[in-house]
Design a protein around this ligand. Structure first.
Ligand code: UDP
Length: 490
C-alpha cells in the first residue's frame, strides 16, 4: 500500500526553511514532492518569506486538487521585532553588518513558534534547515524526528565536514595563495587559502558551523537536493565513512509546477520580453548571466562582465537583481548599443524566470556564482557553466562542476567574501570572455563539456521519475516514517 493511502491518516511533515531564497525555494519544492506522494505538509515561516514560496505552493495545490491528495499549507508567525525595518525578514534584505547582527538576534527567537507548532500539531517528522541547529534538540524534546536540510551538494557538505574536523588551513603558511588539501575525502580536493572561510578572521561563523555539523550528526538523518548519479562516491563516503543517514530527493525543481513565478511574488517586468527575445535567437547562441539572490557585484566587476560580453561576440541575457546599480558607474562605451533593439543582448532588472530561461533552447551557457540551486537547474536543463564562486559552498561546488563532473570552466575566482564584506579581486573581461568561449565555442573542450552536461541532464530527469533513484529514496523515507508511526515510536 502506498504511503498515505487506505485507512491511515496521511503522514504530516513540518518543513521549516531558513530565510533566504536558496533555502526557501527548494524546501517548497520538497513539500511538492512529498505532497505528490500523499503527505500532508505544513511550511512554517514568516509573512515576507511566505511570499517567496506562495506561487510554488499554490501551483502544487492546484495540480493536486480533486485527486484526494492533501494540500500543502503555510503556517505563519510574525518576524520578531529586533529593530529591523518592516518587511526585512530575510538574508537578501540585509545591507550592513549592523543589520546582520540584528538578524542573528532574531533567529533564535524562531524557536518559540517552532515549539508551539510541535506541541499543538505533533507532526510525524520535521524537515528543518541545518542552519536552525537548535531544532535538533527542540524536535527531540517533542519526540519528533528531525531531518536536516541545507540545500547543498553532498560533495560540498563532505568538504565542509573535512574542513571543520581538521582545520587544515591552521597549519598552512599565512599566504592567500597557499594550497590547502582537504583530508579524508574520496578524491584530492585542493583550494587556495583565499578561497576558504578563515576561522581566525571569523570565529563566530566557524563556531556556528561546528554547531550545525554537530546537530546534523545527532538528527534522524539528512535530506539532500541532489541525485545519486551526480555524486555517487560522495553518497558512499557520507554513509560509509561519515556514518550518516541521507536521502537524496533531487533535483527537486523538476517537481515544481510554478516555473515562471517560482521564488518570487514580483517577477521582473522584463520577464515576458526576455522569453520572447530568446525565441528569436539561434539554438545555443545565448549566454545567461546571473549571480543568484545574494551576490552584490562591484561596479568594476559589472564593467568587466560588460566588456567580456562585448568581446565574446555571443548573445547575452544578463540578470542584475538589485535595482540600485547606476549604469553610468560601470557601463563601458559602446555597450548600450549592443542592447539597442535587443540585437545582441538584454539586461533583466529584478527577478528572472531562471528555470524557463535555462530550459530555452537558445541558451547555450550559464555564467553562475555556483549557488547549488542554480547548478542543479543548469544540470537539469543540460546547460554548461562558467563558474564564478563568491563564498559559502560555492567554491566547493565549482570543484565538483569543473574538476569532477567536467561540465563547466572556471573564471579563476580566488576570493571568499560574503556580500557584505569588502571584495578586491576583479576578474578581467578578457578572462571571462575566454571562459565563455571555452564553454560555448567550437573547440573540443566546449563540445566535451556540452556532451557531459547533456548526459547528466538525462540522469537527473530519470532520477525523479517513478523507479528513479530520488523517487525511490523519497519512498524509502516516507515508508520508514510511516513504519515508525505504526510501531508507536512517533
Ligand atoms: N532565481 C530566479 N530568478 C532570479 C534569481 C534567482 O529564479 O532572478 C532563483 C534560482 O533559479 C535559484 C534561486 O533563485 O532557484 C537561487 O538559489 P542559488 O542556490 O542558486 O543561489 P543563492 O541565491 O542562494 O546564492
Amino acid at each position: 500500500m502506498a504511503v498515505g493511502e487506505g485507512e491511515q491518516q496521511p503522514l504530516h511533515i513540518l518543513l521549516f526553511p531558513f530565510i533566504a531564497h536558496g533555502h526557501l525555494i527548494p524546501m517548497a519544492d520538497i513539500a511538492a514532492v512529498f505532497a505528490a506522494r500523499g503527505v500532508k505538509c505544513t511550511i512554517l515561516t514568516t509573512p515576507a518569506n511566505a511570499a517567496v514560496i506562495r506561487s510554488t505552493v499554490d501551483r502544487a495545490n492546484d495540480a493536486s486538487r480533486g485527486t484526494g491528495a492533501p494540500e500543502i499549507s503555510i503556517a505563519l508567525f510574525p518576524f520578531p521585532d529586533v529593530g529591523l525595518p518592516p518587511g526585512a525578514e530575510s538574508i537578501p534584505s540585509i545591507s550592513s553588518m549592523a543589520e546582520q547582527y540584528k538578524m542573528a538576534e532574531a533567529l533564535p527567537l524562531f524557536r518559540e513558534p517552532f515549539d508551539r507548532f510541535l506541541a499543538e500539531h505533533h507532526p510525524d517528522a520535521v524537515v528543518s534547515d541545518s542552519f536552525f541547529h537548535w531544532c535538533a534538540d527542540a524536535a527531540d524534546d517533542h519526540g519528533v524526528p528531525r531531518l536536516a536540510f541545507l540545500g547543498s551538494s553532498l560533495f560540498a557538505r563532505a568538504c565542509s565536514d573535512s574542513m571543520l574536523r581538521h582545520n587544515p588551513a591552521e597549519a598552512s603558511p599565512d599566504d592567500p595563495d597557499a594550497i590547502i588539501s582537504l583530508p579524508d575525502l574520496p578524491h584530492r580536493v585542493e583550494l587556495r587559502r583565499s578561497q576558504m572561510m578563515d576561522p581566525r578572521k571569523d570565529a563566530v561563523t566557524w563556531s556556528f558551523l561546528q554547531h550545525v555539523k554537530a546537530a546534523d550528526e545527532r538528527s534522524f538523518g539528512e535530506l539532500f537536493n541532489s541525485f545519486r548519479e551526480m555524486e555517487p562516491d560522495y553518497v558512499e563516503h557520507y554513509h560509509t565513512n561519515l556514518g550518516r543517514r541521507t536521502w537524496l530527493l533531487g533535483p527537486v525543481a523538476l517537481a515544481s509546477k510554478a516555473m515562471e513565478e517560482r521564488g518570487t511574488s514580483c517577477l521582473s517586468p522584463d520577464s515576458e520580453r526576455c522569453l520572447r527575445w530568446l525565441d528569436e535567437k539561434a539554438a545555443g547562441s545565448v549566454v545567461y548571466i546571473s549571480f543568484g539572490t545574494l551576490a552584490r557585484l562591484l561596479a568594476a566587476e559589472l564593467r568587466e562582465i560588460a566588456r567580456a560580453l562585448k568581446l565574446s561576440g555571443k548573445n547575452f541575457l544578463w540578470v542584475i537583481t538589485r535595482e540600485d546599480t547606476d549604469a553610468s558607474e560601470w557601463m563601458p562605451e559602446g555597450f548600450a548599443e549592443l542592447m539597442a533593439w535587443g540585437e545582441r543582448g538584454l539586461i533583466i532588472r529584478g527577478w528572472a524566470p531562471q528555470v524557463l530561461v535555462l530550459n530555452h533552447p537558445a541558451v547555450g551557457g550559464f555564467v553562475t556564482h555556483c549557488g547549488w540551486n542554480s547548478v542543479l537547474e543548469a544540470v537539469s536543463a543540460g546547460v554548461p557553466m562558467v563558474t564564478w564562486p563568491r563564498y559559502t559552498d560555492q567554491f566547493y561546488n565549482e570543484k565538483l562542476i569543473v574538476e569532477k563532473l567536467k561540465i563547466g570552466v572556471g573564471v579563476g575566482a580566488r576570493e571568499f567574501a560574503s556580500f557584505i564584506e569588502a571584495r578586491s579581486q576583479v576578474i578581467d573581461g578578457e578572462v571571462i570572455a575566454e571562459a565563455i568561449e571555452r564553454v560555448m565555442g567550437e573547440g573540443e573542450e566546449g563540445e566535451a563539456v556540452r556532451e557531459k552536461v547533456k548526459e547528466l541532464r538525462e540522469k537527473a530527469r530519470s532520477a525523479v521519475q517513478e523507479g528513479g533513484s530520488s523517487y525511490d529514496d523519497a519512498g524509502r523515507l516516507l515508508d520508514e516514517l510511516m513504519a515508525r508511526r505504526s510501531s508507536g515510536t512517533a
